[in-house]
Design a protein around this ligand. Structure first.
Ligand code: PLP
Length: 421
């Protein structure tokens, strides 16, 4: 059974100040998980996690992670600015962008971020824009099909990211000629996998490439970034990734491949998003309608604007009816939002206890790629984000959007002025 980090009583209390729907994050869970991850990689002296900001772009959460020694992985100007606001600077930011707009490399460089080039042609783009920094990372794409023990996982040959092996060699040489002293290697091949061999398998691919790059170019390889992709158990029958075993799996490959090649001082970086935050966020909604037609529907006060994953990927998010944790799941519902889109369903044919109007539904695992993916379709507004602190108190870390916010971009003219406060 999946656990909630809030009880019905707590939600009733919180809702007096912050009405549903809201996303809420569990500070204790975030911190404990961050410490476990660091422990798992503590064998590597230079290890650092750079939280993928796109997963949960909230500077208050980024500050908590920063207190745990975690940096940020950015890929846009806004994400760089959020990192700056969270107090992150020199050596604490990866800039893993692609199709990078003009001006963003300059900002990243000025903040002392590690710039990760998605393509060989970006070398000239970067150099023309702001000159190359002393350390540069290049993103790798091995092509073909990427297989793990449990079968085919993904198709990098079809992905827009990264450079071919030969381009990595050529790019390193070009960057060295421009004066770059230290190099990084980055690759992101599989998303949301709970397969325990993902990181170790990816590590072997990247470590072997590092050896080749060192031999063929003489470049000083400073770090290898295993990027994101470690998944979380969204379904109750799935198991959590054993992060200690993953850390040890990477260490084994490190000792086998890098150490004998004289690369034992290479720093391991990660830029996890989902794994850092996913389980420690929930979307709390209220049942406001029930409908009995060809199927049984429960309408809630949120919609895909608040959590797009079910609509977009048919993703499973577990739902707990708060206060009814121990009641039998003897009703089958579609739990739906208010968009004029038939895919706006948080759950389809889900066995749940009998839901009454006014019940609070706790949608699990919305801490990553949850609020962040939201949009404003149908003029729906984005919810507040709250933080459940370690002492049990609740702090507002983003207020709910208002219609005024939604109309703000009409402020160049008088037409909508009465609607913008
Ligand atoms: C999205 C992304 C991540 C984080 O992915 P998760 O699946 O959330 O771990 C890391 N690095 C890059 C470059 C990304 O685009």
């Amino acid at each position: 059974m999946k656990k909630t980090f809030l009880t019905k009583e707590q939600v009733c209390e919180i809702a007096k100040t912050y009405p549903t729907p809201f996303h809420i994050y569990d500070e204790k869970g975030i911190r404990e998980n961050a410490r476990r991850l660091k422990e798992a990689f503590s064998w590597n002296k230079g290890y650092k996690e750079f939280f993928a900001v796109k997963a949960t772009p909230n500077p208050y959460l980024m500050k908590i992670l920063r207190e745990e020694g975690i940096g940020a992985d950015c890929s846009s100007m806004s994400e760089l600015l959020l990192s700056e606001a969270a107090g992150l600077g020199e050596g604490e930011i990866m800039f893993s962008s692609n199709e990078t707009p003009a001006g963003e490399f300059t900002k990243a460089k000025s903040m002392g971020a590690y710039i990760n080039l998605d393509d060989i042609t970006h070398i000239d783009f970067l150099n023309n824009e702001c000159g190359v920094p002393e350390t540069v990372c290049m993103r790798f794409n091995p092509g073909g099909i990427y297989e793990l023990e449990n079968g085919i996982m993904d198709n990098p040959g079809d992905a827009k990211y990264g450079c071919t092996p030969d381009q990595m060699v050529e790019g390193y040489k070009k960057l060295m000629a421009l004066g770059v002293k230290n190099f990084g290697i980055h690759s992101f091949l599989v998303s949301n996998t709970i397969a325990p061999d993902y990181y170790p398998t990816l590590a072997r691919t990247l470590f072997e490439l590092a050896v080749r790059l060192k031999e063929e170019t003489g470049a000083h390889i400073s770090f290898i970034n295993l990027s994101g992709g470690i998944g979380i158990p969204y379904r109750p029958e799935e198991n959590e990734v054993d992060i200690m075993a993953v850390g040890q799996g990477v260490k084994k490959v490190f000792d086998e491949v890098l150490v004998p090649a004289g690369l034992g001082d290479v720093k391991i970086f990660t830029e996890l998003g989902r794994y850092m935050m996913g389980p420690y966020g929930a979307l709390v909604v209220k049942a406001i309608h029930e409908k009995h037609i060809y199927k049984e529907y429960i309408g809630v006060d949120a919609c895909a604007v608040n959590l797009m994953r079910p609509a977009m990927y048919r993703a499973y998010h577990h739902i707990t009816v708060l206060g009814k944790e121990n009641e039998p799941a003897d009703h089958v519902y579609d739990v739906v939002g208010s968009l004029c889109e038939n895919n706006d369903k948080f759950a389809i044919d889900r066995a749940l206890p009998k839901i009454d109007i006014g019940d609070y539904l706790y949608i699990h695992d919305t801490g990553a790629h949850g609020y962040a993916m939201g949009y404003n379709y149908n003029g729906k507004l984005k919810s507040a984000e709250l933080l459940l602190r370690e002492d049990g108190s609740v702090k507002l870390i983003r207020r709910a959007e208002t219609t005024s916010d939604y109309f703000r971009t009409f402020d160049f003219d008088d037409l909508m002025k009465p609607y913008i406060k």
